[in-house]
Design a protein around this ligand. Structure first.
Ligand code: G6P
Ligand code: ZN
Length: 542
């Protein structure tokens, strides 16, 4: 019943920021997914008889790979697999299920915010027993294994029916098809003040969530419409589709523009939110106010005790290096620890496991806490609703009063997508070569106080991650950061992050790009972005 199939290695199975991501046709090559899954199992120890969690964001090829992964888990000796009905589990829900049921680990099938469909993206990621993405030690071992793999094990059995919950036998292993939503919705109910949010909504506060035809639809319908009493239809694009209905399921000002425009219109809803393909990102918009992800982290931290799950206060805050320093001011005021990590949620895991931090956030529309070990889109949305309900103020009032108290960190990210990889690397190399000469010099009239290539020394396991982004800091707390994306699937994406700190409340109403114009010009001057990328403008500004 168990076959050992010979295979040949592929050279390109290096996991990126968040697992292995490739176009679907790449995954459809002979044994491509099988090789990677076997390489995961070969890099782990001690899972015989243990439980594995499997689920994905429902994108094209999800079901096929789940069937393969189930049969391979059985052949490799797992005792049980818990899989979401229909193959569905949002990334934060998968993290929660791993933790709640003390699973050995999980396989999450997703390419997050990248489009889905026969010629679009797919991905496989391994999460460890704490519910978080595998650390580099494991992903490096998986990559090393993919380069030499010569066989994989699979059970020769029929496909499992993924659309009926219950327990099934698969070649001696138990497969439990679970309701993907219930455990997660119950967890949210323990963290947030559902009665207060229900009363807010019943009182006429109008909330809409755009699930972008991706995984959060069923979760948002259950929580917002069923448990919190929002009107039917408050969750839009609520059915997960294999091609996401041709949406680009990335909740930002470009791809969720319809929602944004709707909330900003005079008779539109009071509050809008969107999530990405696999449910870990979030965008929050109040009437008259878009909340930047960096501000969202700071404001959730500052108001954390409004929510029952955080009533006792937070232990510390962590943010990725390119995320604005708005949260740093909150940590300072609360007298709690503040940690700056490289981009990638996996770097928060050790800090949360060690109890050093409770809330974490990234500029890339990710916010979350130690309730799971992934960022969590709906969690952030519910946190905001809880804060609005508790403070009895609009999102706009909450944001503006925060700026008045702490100062405003003007912030924007400029992406240059589809850049020739060699040119992108050359731009970074040229910047790196100048770093030592920059401090004390002026760029576009701004004085540089420090410049470096960010390196992270993990305070828990003492691992060191180098070359995590080039930072140029200016007098007064402004800065520009350059980084190449680790999640793209074609060419390179250059990211420029621009930040200015403005303590003066009379200067908090400036349009963001205007407030940052001299820094943006400084970035062009020092990095020659137009020349290296061949582009006159960024492809996306958020
Ligand atoms: C994924 C990761 C995040 C990361 C983001 C941006 O969403 O889960 O932790 O911040 O990608 O990565 P990139 O390398 O594209 O800037
Ligand atoms: Zn995602």
């Amino acid at each position: 019943m168990i076959s050992t199939v010979s295979t040949k290695p592929y050279a390109d199975q290096k996991p990126g920021t968040s697992g292995l991501r490739k176009k679907v046709p790449v995954f459809q090559q002979e044994n491509y997914a099988e090789n990677f899954i076997q390489a995961i199992f070969d890099s782990l120890e001690g899972f015989k008889g243990q439980t594995l969690v499997i689920g994905g964001d429902g994108r094209y090829y999800n079901r096929e790979v789940i069937q393969v992964a189930l049969k391979m888990a059985a052949a490799n000796g797992f005792g049980k697999v818990m899989v979401g009905k229909g193959g569905i589990l949002s990334t934060p829900a998968a993290s929660h299920v791993i933790r709640k049921y003390h699973a050995f680990g999980g396989i999450v099938l997703s390419a997050s915010h990248n489009p889905g469909g026969p010629t679009e993206d797919f991905g496989i990621k391994y999460n460890i027993g704490n519910g978080g993405p595998a650390p580099e030690k494991i992903t490096d071992a998986i990559f090393a294994r993919t380069k030499v793999i010569d066989s994989y094990k699979i059970a020769d059995v029929a496909d499992i029916d993924l659309d009926t919950t219950g327990s099934f036998d698969l070649a001696g292993m138990t497969v439990e098809v679970i309701d993907p939503v219930a455990d997660y919705a119950d967890l949210m109910e323990t963290l947030f003040d559902f009665p207060a949010i229900r009363a807010l909504i019943a009182g006429g506060f109008r909330v809409v969530i755009d699930s972008m035809s991706a995984v959060t639809g069923p979760y948002a319908v259950e929580i917002l419409e069923k448990r919190l009493g929002a009107a039917a239809g408050s969750v839009r694009n609520e059915v997960p589709l294999p091609d996401f209905g041709h949406h680009h399921p990335d909740p930002n000002l470009v791809h969720a523009k319809t929602l944004y425009d709707d909330v900003m219109s005079a008779d539109g809803p009071d509050f809008g939110a969107a999530s990405d393909g696999d449910g870990d990102r979030n965008m929050v918009v109040g009437k008259g106010m878009f909340v930047t992800p960096s501000d969202s982290l700071a404001m959730i931290a500052a108001n954390a005790t409004c929510a029952p799950g955080y009533r006792q206060g937070i232990a510390g805050i962590a943010r990725s290096m390119p995320t604005s320093a708005a949260a740093d001011r909150v940590a300072e005021k609360l007298g709690i620890g503040m940690y700056e990590t490289p981009t990638g949620w996996k770097f928060f895991g050790n800090l949360m496991d060690a109890g050093k931090v409770t809330v974490c956030g990234e500029e890339s529309f990710g916010t979350g806490s130690d309730h799971v070990r992934e960022k969590d889109g709906l969690w952030a949305v519910l946190f905001w609703l809880n804060i609005v309900a508790a403070r009895k103020q609009s999102v706009k009032q909450i944001v503006e009063s925060h700026w008045a108290e702490y100062g405003r960190n003007y912030y924007s990210r400029h992406d240059y997508e589809g850049v020739d990889t060699e040119n992108a690397n050359a731009l970074v190399a040229a910047l790196r070569a100048k770093l030592d000469s920059l401090p004390g010099s002026k760029i576009n009239g701004l004085t540089v106080t420090a410049a470096d290539d960010f390196a992270y020394h993990d305070p828990i396991d003492h691992s060191v991650s180098k070359n995590q982004g080039i930072r140029i800091l200016f007098e007064g707390g402004s800065r520009i950061v350059f980084r190449l994306s680790g999640t793209g699937t074609s060419g390179a994406t250059l990211r420029l992050y621009v930040e200015r700190y403005e303590p003066d409340a009379s200067r908090h109403g400036i349009e963001t790009q205007a407030a940052l114009a001299d820094l943006i010009a400084a970035a062009e001057e020092v990095a020659e972005i137009k020349r290296y990328t061949g582009m006159n403008e960024p492809t996306v500004i958020t």
